[in-house]
Design a protein around this ligand. Structure first.
Ligand SMILES: Cc1cc2nc3c(=O)[nH]c(=O)nc-3n(C[C@H](O)[C@H](O)[C@H](O)COP(=O)(O)OP(=O)(O)OC[C@H]3O[C@@H](n4cnc5c(N)ncnc54)[C@H](O)[C@@H]3O)c2cc1C
Length: 464
């Protein structure tokens, strides 16, 4: 890692846009109609839509650090239509139910863009779609199979591009093909979450920061400074959920790390292309994701040390030097002409992975406890759909409305078993990612035309 790299500080997005001024913590016991635990996209969008729907509702958000401290202030800025678990939901609830879920996700990309515009949030939105490239024969085989499966599923607007057409968009070294979908936009994650927190407050929602919830039980959110009592307590803590009492083996906190380069000069951009500013990914097993930022850097992420023993989560975004180096190598593999370019920032965050890799949104009508998450790295748009669904579930439960299209989606009230206890959890995740990294290396060096067997076994064992 170069001495010029700033590592941590929550994320590059905060280095660029500044840490927000702190909001007051809770100062004693309180009551509300709805209390929301966690001030990321899920919690804030939920507060937003609930308050918009029922302006007289008394809503309190309790945030351990500051709004956007978690993945919502650190992500790759892919606002896109992927949702973890769609194919499993098709198996469990039928094809038509999964199609409804996918359509809702496609619409969600539009909804985030629309709502941000309505609230005058300038989040550097660029609607360039999502481009996923293959640069080995095995990746190309997966890409073609993926594209055929998406067409068969009903996603007719996904394009399969050859090497030349790919290069016309982005010149990734050795790329042999790609797939593109229009359902994606690049965003600046922090500008969105900061704007959303301000919009929610302006609507009249109470937001307390520096207020960690130590225990959630029916009608109670307990903090060191007092307890907020409310008929509905909604847990929106995603990758941090395991640190709550009784939740240690719920969603596994998986790390994802990112780097950002210095702004690249125009002559380098001429060699790269990427004028459409698509969000850019690949078909490797330990995949990467990237965006061209509004100020012409490349921000690129991937799996670092995937998981910390005992579901530990955070150290303000610092990541391991070897992870920074591994991400830099991916950057240079994609764009060898960037070998001399400085990596100015590196950071990491946690996302929530359920045992069956299926995102969920739930309201337990007998207790008033609700939650949403387990987005497995596809949460920027999904959190918005989850939030509108939580709104509908709360309104339905409180008799203000009936069932809606959203409450009928197959991910609602989905139950998932817990992760294995330690050390099996740690060993399993380390083993899985070692298997994926090995498979990527072999596919690259052997030019095999099919997916590495070890990766297929890892997929089956992990339930991915
Ligand atoms: C590095 C990285 C890159 C990613 N890139 C993408 C991407 O490009 N596209 C995409 O779709 N998804 C991406 N994701 C995933 C996406 O960012 C998340 O799924 C999404 O932001 C989750 O939002 P959330 O509000 O549910 O959780 P978070 O944003 O993590 O918010 C949870 C909040 O709860 C607070 N909290 C935790 N515990 C408590 C407590 N006990 N009491 C009170 N508050 C608490 C935290 O401080 C935090 O602010 C990425 C994730 C990471 C880490």
């Amino acid at each position: 890692m170069s001495t010029r790299t700033i590592n941590g500080g929550i994320s590059f997005w905060y280095a660029q846009d500044g840490i927000p001024a702190p909001r007051e913590p809770l100062t004693g016991d309180a009551t509300a109609d709805v209390v929301i635990v966690g001030g990321g996209y899920t919690g804030l969008w939920t507060a937003y839509y609930l308050k918009k729907a029922v302006p007289f509702l008394n809503i309190t958000v309790l945030e351990a650090r500051f709004c956007g401290y978690g993945a919502s202030g650190r992500n790759g800025g892919w606002l896109y239509n992927g949702i973890a678990g769609r194919d499993r939901y098709a198996k469990l609830h039928g094809h038509e139910a999964a199609v409804r879920l996918q359509r809702a996700m496609n619409d969600t990309v539009e909804e985030v863009v629309r709502a941000a515009a309505e609230e005058s949030i300038d989040a550097d939105v660029h609607r360039g779609g999502v481009l996923e490239v293959a640069y080995t024969p095995a990746q190309l085989a997966r890409l073609k199979a993926f594209h055929a499966a998406e067409l068969a599923f009903g996603e007719k607007d996904r394009l399969l591009l050859g090497a030349r057409e790919t290069a016309e968009r982005v010149r990734v070294a050795g790329a042999v093909g790609s797939a593109w979908t229009p359902h994606g936009a690049r965003i600046h994650p922090v500008k969105l979450v900061k704007g959303l927190a301000a919009a929610v407050e302006a609507l009249g929602v109470t937001v307390h920061e520096s207020t960690p919830v130590t225990e959630i039980r029916p009608k109670h959110a307990v903090t060191p400074y007092g307890t907020v009592r409310a008929p509905y307590v909604l847990r929106c803590t995603e990758g941090f959920t395991a640190s709550l009492k009784g939740q240690r083996r719920a969603w596994l906190p998986m790390n994802s790390s990112m780097i950002a380069t210095e702004p690249l000069p125009a002559d380098l951009w001429e060699t790269i292309g990427w004028e459409g500013r698509e969000t850019l990914g690949d078909m490797a097993h330990a995949y990467m994701y990237a965006q061209r930022t509004a100020d012409d850097r490349i921000a690129l992420g991937g799996r670092g040390v995937p998981y910390r023993f005992g579901s530990r989560t955070d150290n303000d975004g610092r990541t391991q030097p070897e992870t920074v180096e591994a991400l830099r190598e991916i950057l240079i593999r994609f764009f060898p002409q960037l070998a001399g370019v400085a990596v100015t920032h590196a950071w990491s965050g946690v996302l929530g992975v359920p045992r069956d890799w299926c995102a969920t949104v739930t309201l337990d009508r007998s207790t008033g406890l609700g939650w949403a998450g387990g987005y497995v790295g596809s949460g920027v748009a999904t959190a918005n759909l989850a939030a509108r669904t939580l709104r509908d579930l709360v309104q339905q439960d409180s008799g203000q409305s009936g069932p809606t299209d959203l409450t009928a989606l197959p991910w609602v009230n989905h139950k998932v078993r817990r992760w294995e206890p330690e050390p099996f959890r740690w060993l399993g995740v380390q083993g899985m990612y070692a298997a994926y990294r090995g498979a990527d290396r072999r596919e690259l060096s052997t030019h095999a035309a099919t997916t590495d067997r070890v990766a297929l076994v890892a997929d089956r064992v992990s339930g991915r």
